[in-house]
Ligand binder design. Structure first.
Ligand SMILES: *[C@@H]1O[C@H](CO)[C@@H](O)[C@H](O)[C@H]1NC(C)=O
Ligand SMILES: *[C@@H]1O[C@H](CO)[C@@H](O)[C@H](O)[C@H]1NC(C)=O
Ligand SMILES: *[C@@H]1O[C@H](CO)[C@@H](O)[C@H](O)[C@H]1NC(C)=O
Ligand SMILES: *[C@@H]1O[C@H](CO)[C@@H](O)[C@H](O)[C@H]1NC(C)=O
Length: 285
């Protein structure tokens, strides 16, 4: 599988078949396949590439020399408490709920790491709305009662956390701290060192016209018509704007992506296509 590893993931949805821009994008991202849907009215679910690696987060950009290594407030996260007491943060991070956000460092703690992401993305280029959900398989590096990861301008909802026996774990709180683009899931139970867990989340976002994350772009085709595409730019720290993830370079993982599109659109990805299926129109956003 590592033969197919790539340093970054990229995908794009739109109806841009006659464009020179598309040729460039294709060359740039080396797509494995172009999907064609035979059904006229139904939308397609495209199961795209595999075993890509999310290459992310330039920590250097955030870490000033002399920054405290970890500034955890409250009960320390094992393995990350060593410097916390030496350099207490001057301001207490406040979550969107008004509660204290229990992690003050811009870097994520290394007490859990992702192994595998299974992502479903349903972008709508007309409404500029993106709905998605994902399953993240995690492993606990240390015993911990918290999972901290990234998300930026995504309305993230926690679905469930299960252990490897499919027992659902009780969660305590789910907080968001936009200043650090972080999400905090506090647990009632302790994750066991070396054990695997499955975290399920859903989210909703807008396709924005920036040049980061999963964004809306446009081009003029040969007939002078303006066409829109949804495309990605993740480096250095924008994968978190496309879906919730552990957006740091040492937290790479494999993943599987499923993306919805309309029948007359197609989707490109920098990994090979596994399958493409038609689904009923009622499932569309
Ligand atoms: C994730 O989204 C897909 C497509 O919309 C849906 O079929 C599936 O049930 C969702 N999964 C969860 C856990 O919500
Ligand atoms: C956790 O998952 C990884 C990857 O699937 C697997 O190699 C490992 O054996 C699992 N660990 C446990 C304790 O089940
Ligand atoms: C996210 O939530 C906020 C506040 O509830 C809401 O105003 C916004 O429209 C939501 N965004 C999306 C894309 O659903
Ligand atoms: C996007 O939204 C439009 C308008 O609601 C709808 O007609 C279309 O089928 C949707 N497309 C997808 C891919 O969900």
């Amino acid at each position: 599988m590592s033969d197919h590893d790539v340093d970054d993931i990229a995908f794009l949805t739109g109806s841009p078949n006659e464009s020179g821009f598309m040729v460039n994008k294709r060359a740039m991202y080396e797509p494995g396949a172009v999907m064609v849907c035979s059904q006229k009215r139904a939308c397609c679910v495209v199961t795209l590439g595999f075993v890509a690696i999310i290459s992310v987060a330039l920590i250097v950009a955030f870490t000033k020399p002399g920054c405290p290594e970890a500034t955890y407030i409250g009960e320390p996260i094992p393995g990350h408490s060593s410097h916390a007491t030496n350099s207490p943060p001057t301001t207490v991070p406040t979550a969107t709920t008004g509660e204290e956000f229990p992690w003050a460092d811009v870097r994520l703690p290394f007490h859990v790491r992702p192994l595998y992401y299974d992502i479903v993305l349903h972008p709508n280029i007309t409404t500029r709305h993106v709905k998605g959900n994902l399953t993240i398989k995690l492993t606990a590096i240390e015993e911990t009662k918290a999972i901290i990861f990234h998300g930026r301008e995504l309305n993230v909802s926690l679905l469930t956390l299960h252990n490897k026996y499919e027992k659902q774990l009780k969660t305590d709180k789910f907080l968001e701290y936009p200043a650090h683009q972080q999400l905090y899931l506090g647990l009632d139970e302790t994750l066991r060192r070396g054990s695997n867990y499955t975290l399920r989340l859903s989210f909703e976002a807008h396709l924005k016209e920036g040049l980061e994350g999963f964004y809306l772009s446009s081009y003029i085709n040969g007939d002078g018509e303006k066409r829109y595409i949804a495309t990605t730019h993740f480096e250095p720290t924008a994968a978190r704007a496309a879906f919730p993830c552990f957006d740091e370079p040492h937290l790479k993982a494999k993943f599987h992506l499923k993306i919805y599109r309309e029948p007359d659109q197609f989707t490109l990805f920098n990994m090979p296509l596994l399958s493409s299926t038609s689904v009923a129109g009622s499932n569309l956003l």
